[in-house]
Ligand binder design. Structure first.
Ligand SMILES: [Zn+2]
Ligand SMILES: [Zn+2]
Ligand SMILES: [Zn+2]
Ligand SMILES: [Zn+2]
Length: 607
């Protein structure tokens, strides 16, 4: 308090002296106008009853000496006086650079700030920018970061010997590779043309092109696929990452089976069963407080039911149910408006609030996901906001009966021994060993066509496959894929996409998926490799088995990669369900899976 008093005192004195000065000047001006100069008023110690002193540095020191308080003392004083507001303590930065492993933002003339690379994955701007493989577009997008990160895993820094080093000496045959910080410490030189040289190889006469600072004063960002990131968050709801948009937290996308599609949408909105979000909104019971509203969509007698669970500290949970998002939210908004009127708060107009908005069904990221749900593209009376072609290929969240390739219900009834993967190798029974169609090899009727055009045909198919197929309820089992147009014989219809994994991993994953009661979609590529389409697969995995199929799955080598491609085996008419022979291993009696294909030549069992 003493400090404060001293300070106010100081200010008062200053003000006084200023005032004196002004008056004095005014006086002088008046005097000069009248032309009769007077004696200087500054000489005396008192002028018109005001004490003054001629200005000099330090002339206003308070007479009694006060020790200047330290910053810490001032902070303590402010707290003791209770006149200060402090934000809650910011949690420690846990973001770690994937290259240099340092935590938090770096200095501008060093690693610089962290840029987001993927969900919960960060890289320092300069660690990324100076990486060997990374280049920057005119817009400032950093490209090829994925490759750089992949390579960095096996590159150890010559200074600290840890992995994640990506900054190479440009001298031919010099193998020095560094982290950014280590490169700076070691005296590496950075050039304007984005080249770097280690101390041993600094080029002569290039002084002009050296960078004097690593600070970046332009816009730089990591080029990333946000749709893919959103999709990744959707798939891994069990992990810690949540999608949050403003006051909305996305919990679950839900699903719609083909027979539910009709009742669970309007021309503008899709209402998937199991959809769930949290909305933070004004409380209708406690004035000026917000609370959690858990909004979800359920199936009640084949119709959507909208539920809102109100969760609020010191209040009982309350669940509201109604037939539309608007109806259920009106039951919250009306009491809220009444409460506002009662306390004279800012007025609220429930009729201008849209229930779907509060449910998050209008949120662009959410709409994208909803429009990517399997089967939505078949709707004829829904107005697509992002086009009929799904941007994300989402598998069903739960898959009661995806297709014959997967049938969890059956598997829980009988101890099926992996009936859903095509087994090869160890078994002595007749097995399906796929053969790669390599150029020039005439192992299948399509190879001739491929010799010249497999690559271009593949490219064409990758662009156009969405016009070839659509998803709908299968006549054989679960969901099925249908021909969306007439397909000529030998047409590449669709690629069976998924993650290529090793056999060992596929066996581990099978157990994990089984434990979660997920439908399992795997396709054996060869002895060592399996394509897992369970989480990341495309629509091809919904194609069912038939003993008299109209399609055939072939493993084709395209640009040195093996790919599984579904071909039309014969001419297929629009609207026909697609099927191919799964060619499962023959299993013993206790592991048989019945076949429902309905073909005249049906073998009755799939294995
Ligand atoms: Zn870094
Ligand atoms: Zn290092
Ligand atoms: Zn070098
Ligand atoms: Zn059959």
């Amino acid at each position: 308090i003493k400090v404060c008093e001293a300070q106010t005192l100081l200010v008062k004195q200053e003000n006084e002296s200023l005032l004196t000065d002004k008056r004095a000047k005014k006086n002088v001006a008046e005097d000069s106008s009248t032309g009769t100069p007077q004696s200087q008023p500054f000489s005396g110690k008192q002028w018109k009853g005001i004490k003054y002193k001629p200005w000099a540095n330090g002339c206003l020191q308070p007479t009694n000496k006060i020790k200047k308080p330290s910053d810490k003392e001032i902070t303590e004083l402010l707290f003791r006086m209770g006149i200060t507001m402090m934000p809650a303590k910011i949690p420690d930065d846990t973001r770690k650079c994937m290259f240099c492993h340092q935590i938090g933002d770096g200095v501008a003339d060093g690693p610089a700030r962290l840029l987001n690379f993927d969900v919960d994955k960060w890289v320092h701007l300069n660690c990324a920018l100076w990486s060997d493989d990374v280049y920057e577009t005119v817009n400032g997008a950093l490209m090829n970061l994925e490759n750089a990160l992949q390579q960095s895993l096996v590159c150890n820094c010559v200074v600290c010997h840890r992995s994640g080093a990506t900054i190479r000496c440009f001298k031919l045959r010099c193998s020095n590779v560094y982290h950014l910080n280590c490169a700076v410490k070691d005296g590496c030189v950075f050039y304007k043309n984005k080249s770097t040289y280690c101390t041993a190889h600094i080029p002569k006469n290039e002084k002009d092109n050296e960078l004097t600072t690593l600070s970046v004063f332009r816009r730089v960002y990591v080029n990333r696929d946000e749709n893919r990131q959103v999709a990744a968050v959707m798939h891994h709801t069990d992990q810690n990452n949540l999608l949050r948009v403003g006051s909305l937290i996305f919990l679950s996308v839900g699903q719609l089976l083909p027979h539910q599609l009709h009742n669970f949408h309007t021309p503008n909105f899709i209402y998937p069963i199991g959809y769930k979000i949290v909305r933070f909104f004004w409380s209708m019971r406690v004035p000026n407080k917000r609370c959690r509203y858990v909004c979800s969509i359920h199936d009640v007698a084949g119709r959507p039911e909208f539920r809102v669970l109100v969760q609020e500290p010191s209040q009982d949970d309350l669940e509201l149910r109604d037939v539309s998002p608007r109806a259920v939210w009106t039951r919250i908004l009306e009491p809220l408006a009444a409460l506002r009127r009662e306390i004279g708060g800012v007025q609220m107009f429930p009729k201008f609030l849209v229930g779907e908005d509060l449910f998050g069904l209008n949120e662009p990221a959410v709409v994208r996901v909803l429009e990517s749900l399997p089967g939505i593209e078949t709707l004829t009376d829904y107005r697509f906001k992002y086009g009929r072609n799904p941007l994300l290929e989402l598998p069903l969240a739960i898959n009661p009966s995806g297709c014959a390739r997967t049938e969890p219900k059956l598997r829980s009834q009988f101890p099926w021994k992996r009936p859903h993967t095509q087994r090869t190798g160890s078994s002595s029974r007749p097995v399906f060993v796929p053969t790669a169609t390599v150029a020039g090899e005439a192992s299948c009727p399509y190879s001739k066509q491929f010799v010249h055009s497999k690559s271009s045909q593949y490219k064409k198919m990758k662009q156009e496959w969405r016009n070839n197929v659509y998803l709908a309820r299968s006549k054989i089992q679960g969901l099925g894929l249908y021909a969306a147009r007439d397909l000529e014989r030998h047409t590449m219809v669709i690629e069976y996409i998924g993650e290529v994994i090793r056999t060992e991993l596929s066996e581990i994953r099978e157990k994990q998926y089984e434990a979660k009661n997920r439908g399992i979609y795997m396709f054996r590529l060869d002895e060592e490799r399996v394509v897992d389409a369970t989480l990341s697969g495309g629509l091809a995995r919904y194609i069912n088995h038939s003993c008299n199929p109209n399609c055939v799955a072939e493993i084709v080598e395209v640009e040195r990669d093996l790919r599984i491609i579904i071909f039309a085996k014969r001419r297929v008419s629009r609207g026909e369900e697609l099927a191919y022979d799964y060619k499962f291993d023959i299993e013993d009696e206790s592991h048989k899976i019945p076949c429902n294909c309905g073909a005249p030549n049906c073998r009755k069992w799939m294995n």
